[in-house]
Design a protein around this ligand. Sequence first.
Ligand SMILES: *[C@@H]1O[C@H](CO)[C@@H](O)[C@H](O)[C@H]1NC(C)=O
Length: 385
Amino acid sequence: MAAIHKATILLLLLISSSLVHCNEHGLAQQTDFNEDGGEKDSIWFSNAAEMKDFAQLSWEYVHELQCWLWPEECEDIKREHADWSWNSIGWDSLNVLSDLYSRVTSFTDLTQGSVINNLTGLQWDLEQRMHGQHLAVKQIISSMKKFLQEDESKKSRVLSFHGWTGTGKNLAVRIIAENLYLNGLRNRCTKVFIPQLHFPHLSNMEAYKVQLEKQIREISSRCTQPLFVFDEADKLPAGLLEPLLPLLVDDHQAHSILIFLSGVGSSTINEVTLNFWRAGQHREVITLDDFDRPLKTAVDRHEDQLLPWHLLKEGLIDDFVPFLPLERSHVKMCARDVFIARGLPYTESSLERILQELVFVPKNERVFSAHGCKHVAQRIHFMKP
Ligand SMILES: *[C@@H]1O[C@H](CO)[C@@H](O)[C@H](O)[C@H]1NC(C)=O
C-alpha cells in the first residue's frame, strides 16, 4: 500500500514536471535539456504512444529506485520491460528522469550535501542489521575507518562487494549511506547506478560515458565526499572505466567512496563457506585471508571486456568484501527484522512458516538460502495472519 502510494506520488511528480515542460514549449518542440549543447534536436513526446512509453518508463524507473530507497516496501513486480521505443524517446529521457527524480528527492534534502560520517553509528548498525556477515562487517568498518581517519592523502576508497543475491550487499550500502550522509541514499552526494536503468543498451556506450562523466563532475563539484555505487558491476562494460578515472587516480580532489556490487566470485565464496560447514566448523572462524586470493582469481577469470576485470588489473580496488551465503538462522533474523520494522507481532511459528517457503541448497544438505534474505519481506507482506 504505502509502497504504491509513494511510487504514485513520485510518478505523478515526474509526469507533471514533464507536462509543465511540454506546456511551456509545446509538444514535439526542441528542448534544451541537453545542457552540454550536444544534440539540440532531441524531441520530446510527439504522440500519445511516446507519452505512454514515457509513463511506463517512469513507472519502472521509480519502482527500481524505490526498491533501493525503501526496500522493505518494494514489491516484487516482474522485471520485464515494456517494449520501450528507445528510438522515438531517446536514451536521454532516463537522464531527464533522473534529474527530475533528484529534484523531487531534494525536497526532503534541504540541507543538501551534509556529510555526517558517524563511524560509531556505522559499526553499531552493521553489527545489528547485517546477519551472518562477520567478514563484510569487519572489512567495511576497517575500510571506512581508514578512509575517514587515517587517510590523509584524501584519496578515494574503492570497495568491491562480492556475493550471492540476497546476502546483504544492498543493505550494507544503505547502512553506509545512512551513517555517512544525512538522509542516506536520498542525499544528493550519493548516487546509485543500475545498469538496466542507466546503461541499458551497449550500443549507446559513448553517450553513457559522456553522461557518467558529467554526473560525476556535477556531484563532485557540490560534495566534498561523494558516494558512487554501481549495482551489478559485473554487467558493466570496461568502457565505463574512463569516466571513473578522475576519481580513481591519486588526485587530492577526489575524496570519494566507490562501491561496486557484483556476483563475481560468489560460487567460490559459497564453496569455501560450505566446506567449513561440512568440516563442522563455525562460519565465524573463516577469515578474510580465506577469500582474498580466491576472489581475485575469480575476478581475474571474469570477462576481460567487463569493468571488474579492469579494476582488478589496474590495482584500483582497495578492499574486497565477501558476503557469505545465509543459513536458516540468518534468514530467520531477517524475517524478524521485517516484522519488527512493520510493527507486526510475530511468533516462532510464523518465522518458521516463512522459512518453509524458501529454497535451501545444496540439494542434499540444504544449508543455504538460495536467495538469501531476498523475497522475505514480500512473503510477510502476503502472509495471512
Ligand atoms: C551516531 O550514531 C549513533 C548510533 O546510531 C547515535 O547514537 C549517535 O547519536 C550518532 N552520533 C551523531 C554525532 O550523530
